[in-house]
Design a protein around this ligand. Structure first.
Ligand SMILES: NC(=O)c1ccc[n+]([C@@H]2O[C@H](COP(=O)([O-])OP(=O)(O)OC[C@H]3O[C@@H](n4cnc5c(N)ncnc54)[C@H](O)[C@@H]3O)[C@@H](O)[C@H]2O)c1
Ligand SMILES: O=C(O)C(=O)C[C@]1(C(=O)O)C=C[C@@H](O)C=C1
Length: 365
């Protein structure tokens, strides 16, 4: 018998989930989104089998419901679901970046046919909407599950329905999840936005500033380009943790300020060294803090066809490229191509091939 899966919210995360669920045999996917363009696009691309006009009307025929909406809307849907008359079991899950408010609402569910397992794939993008969705978004990424009590069956069912994502599941308590994501996701976002604000202010007195913003500034502030309403929602859902972290951060910055004011060079070196050691020790070959690809860096000249030549060499050797990024290309000056491969063998073979053709290549270790 077919399993019927509904996905509410066909944006970056919901769209990517639907693409993976659709790959499974014997699954029917129903999509719901208030943005009718996204709904239509998902249907035309065959990512969903049916379009729902009203989520609550289709829920009685659904076995598994993914709520991939902004967190506040996820909580609203949970409230509404409780009152729906169901004649079979319904497994409900979400993808919210903060779990506290959602899990509190889920604990209030009285509908005996509903079981709830919280979920949060630790992979995303600064882009949003269905057009940013991609099937390999969760490959090798951690997918956190925060089940309520007695939800072992729900956890297994969810892992099975998500098997095509190739994500790595990790069960955490709500508190553990919200504390850790505050540290490695929410607070860094706050800092990235504040750095951009600082640059924006200095731009008024230094009009050339934006032209100086090179790799470092771009790397550390990429996430500040994410969808602001999504992050407003995340900040207020994880409000207590963020305030706590901000207080700690201010204390630490005050200490750093005294190092600089009082010429504490050794303390400053220790501070920087300890950060480097920890950062260098973060997992690199799995999706997580740092993307899971095997990268090479190739020097190129800013001339028409320069990128094409490099790609052609690799394509002729039938080498599979995962991603290409142009770093720091400025008019008339050497730029760098970052090319990512799915395996270390392809990384090494590509470097050897390009070096034979006299390209300067650095292999990222
Ligand atoms: N963006 C990320 O990197 C990321 C990563 C992991 C988890 N999440 C979580 O995923 C959830 C969705 O984020 P996203 O990045 O996919 O956002 P998104 O904006 O790409 O997608 C949200 C979708 O929901 C639709 N929508 C909004 N309100 C609706 C409503 N009331 N009813 C029906 N449809 C509605 C929108 O039209 C949109 O298509 C959020 O809870 C977020 O915390 C995001
Ligand atoms: O890669 C990005 O752009 C992200 O911000 C993804 C990211 C993160 O790593 O902080 C953002 C929010 C999510 O809840 C999970 C993942």
């Amino acid at each position: 018998m077919k399993t019927t899966v509904a996905v509410a919210g066909l944006g970056l995360i919901g769209g990517s989930i639907a693409m993976n669920v659709k790959k499974k045999d014997d699954v029917k996917v129903i999509g719901f989104d208030t943005d009718l363009q996204s709904l239509e696009l998902a249907y035309r691309q065959g990512v969903i089998d049916e379009k729902a006009e009203n989520l609550l009307e289709v829920v009685p025929e659904v076995d598994v419901l993914f709520i991939a909406l902004p967190i506040a809307s996820t909580i609203d849907v949970l409230k509404e679901l409780d009152g729906v008359s169901l004649h079979k079991k319904l497994l409900v899950t979400d993808v919210s970046s903060v779990k506290n408010g959602v899990m509190k609402e889920a604990a209030k569910l009285t509908n005996e046919n509903i079981s709830f397992v919280g979920g949060h794939p630790m992979s995303g993008s600064h882009k949003n909407g269905f057009t940013a969705a991609k099937p390999h978004l969760f490959e090798n990424a951690i997918y956190v599950l925060t089940p309520g009590s007695d939800e072992e069956d729900g956890v297994e069912e969810l892992k099975n329905i998500l098997s095509e994502t190739k994500a790595r599941f990790l069960t955490l308590s709500t508190k553990e999840h919200d504390e850790m994501t505050a540290v490695i996701s929410h607070f860094p976002h706050l800092i990235a936005s504040s750095l951009v604000h600082q640059a924006r202010k200095w731009q008024q007195t230094h009009p050339e500033l934006k032209n100086l913003a090179a790799g470092g500034f771009r790397d550390i502030t990429r996430i500040a380009s994410s969808n602001p309403p999504l992050w407003q929602d995340i900040f207020f859902q994880n409000n207590d943790q963020l305030i706590h972290m901000l207080e700690d951060w201010i204390k630490e910055m005050t200490e750093l300020k005294t190092y600089l004011q009082n010429g504490h060079e050794e303390d400053t070196l220790r501070y920087l060294t300890e950060a480097k050691v920890y950062r260098d020790g973060l997992p690199v070959k799995e999706k997580g803090a740092i993307p899971a690809f095997y990268d090479i860096f190739v020097d190129i000249y800013d001339q028409p066809g320069a990128i094409h030549k490099v790609i052609e060499i690799l394509a002729t050797a039938d080498i599979n490229i995962k991603n290409i990024e142009i770093l720091e290309i400025r008019e008339g000056i050497t730029g760098v191509l970052r090319i990512s491969f799915p395996t270390g063998t392809e990384q090494e073979d590509s470097a050897a091939l390009l070096r034979k053709k006299n390209y300067e290549v650095v292999i990222e270790q």
